[in-house]
Write a protein that binds this ligand. Structure first.
Ligand code: UT7
Length: 339
């Protein structure tokens, strides 16, 4: 049998800050209720950082756990990528801050800024570097600190109740695969975007896109330093595109829907996951959800899900796994792998 270089996830780790924020606590800051949030989103709690903690701090914790799980030493990494929409600073990229905290001078550090799709976009980049034979060991972290940037008032309640802080990370390594039916590896990634929807879910300020200065007073008065979202449009497109992304991955690999043993959808809203599963006609117990505990952790949501599924004993070696994400951009994508 022919053998080919493929990428394989050899370790996964995750970290959420210790502070648990209940829906009840949010009612202290805005006109909302536990009932509304649970019914519309499925979220019961999320985690928030303390003031000292940044996105790269969360990424570091998750990265260390992923490296330990893979049995890989940091200095052996060929590249690190960090997917986030909540960077430590405007520049340099947060992957550079993470790389410094990991004490890995010289290792390339790349930020991926595709929001909820960021982790799968990063997986696609790692997969290409590995298939090409350029790199053998790549670390990918998805990390977010949302809590410092949310509008904690009734004006911002549609967005603020959804998001939580956290990080997940994987180590991806090159592997010679001779039997793709059995051996763990990435089958494919498929990536998409449609920038005509860019302002349906976005954070405008500060930004060079404004007429006039980067720190634009009018934008701050309008609250554009906070995420703005057209929730219903996002909802409809998320369901459609995540379901389509799964089918695209299966068709490309000649895999039947029934063969997939576990699905990981980006955790935006429990109702979005359920609607995507319904559209595909897959049983709910094949979809691994964490939204009830962590809310929407954007780029971290899929690697956090993978780690939680491993810890819960639900994700076992050899399982066929489909992941799909959708988010700001709009961007959407899929990842099919044997775990
Ligand atoms: O990773 C992608 C990130 N974003 C998403 O995934 C968001 C996708 N969209 C959604 O999840 C849903 O659209 C939401 C959860 C944001 C909203 O749920 P919905 O069922 O679409 O509600 P709605 O926007 O139609 O709002 C219904 C009502 C409105 O009041 P009126 O106009 O009917 O009087 C809102 O003002 O609910 C109100 N509302 C709230 N009430 C209590 C909006 N947010 C809240 C809130 N608490 N937090």
């Amino acid at each position: 049998m022919d053998s080919a270089i493929r990428s394989r996830i050899t370790g996964v780790g995750s970290y959420v800050p210790p502070r648990v924020v209940t829906n009840q606590e949010l009612t202290e800051y805005m006109d909302t209720s536990d009932e509304w949030i649970v019914e519309r989103t499925g979220i019961h709690t999320r985690h928030w950082v303390d003031p000292e903690t940044s996105t790269s701090d969360l990424a570091l914790e998750a990265a260390q756990r992923a490296l330990a799980a893979a049995g890989v030493d940091g200095p052996d990494l060929d590249m690190i990528m960090l997917a986030t929409l909540s960077p430590d600073h405007q520049f340099p990229g947060t992957a550079c801050f993470l790389q410094a905290k990991m004490a890995l001078p010289g290792v390339p550090a790349l930020d991926v800024r595709q929001q909820c799709s960021g982790f799968i976009y990063a997986m696609a980049i790692a997969d290409q570097f590995i298939r090409a034979g350029t790199y053998q060991k790549v670390l990918i972290a998805g990390a977010e600190v949302h809590s410092k940037g949310l509008e904690l008032s009734t004006r911002g309640r549609d967005v603020s109740v959804l998001f939580g802080d956290g990080a997940g990370a994987v180590v991806v390594e090159a592997a010679q695969v001779t039997d793709p039916e059995r051996e763990p590896h990435v089958f494919s990634t498929h990536l998409h975007a449609d920038g005509t929807f860019a302002k349906e879910l976005w954070l405008g300020a500060p930004g060079m896109g404004y007429v006039g200065p980067y720190v634009n007073e009018g934008a701050f008065e309008r609250g554009e330093q906070y995420p703005q979202m057209n929730g219903r449009t996002v909802f409809v497109h998320a369901v459609k595109h995540m379901a389509e992304s799964v089918m695209e991955a299966l068709d490309a690999n000649g895999v039947e829907l029934e063969d997939v043993e576990l699905f990981f959808f980006h955790q935006a809203n429990q109702r979005i996951s359920e609607a995507a599963a319904h559209r595909l006609g897959i049983p709910g117990d094949k979809v691994f959800n964490t939204i009830d505990r962590f809310g929407n952790t954007t780029a971290a949501s899929i690697p956090i899900g993978l780690d939680c599924a491993v810890q819960a004993g639900k994700l076992q070696p050899g399982m066929l796994v489909a992941c799909a994400a959708f988010g700001s951009g709009f961007t959407w994508c899929s990842l099919l792998l044997r775990w």
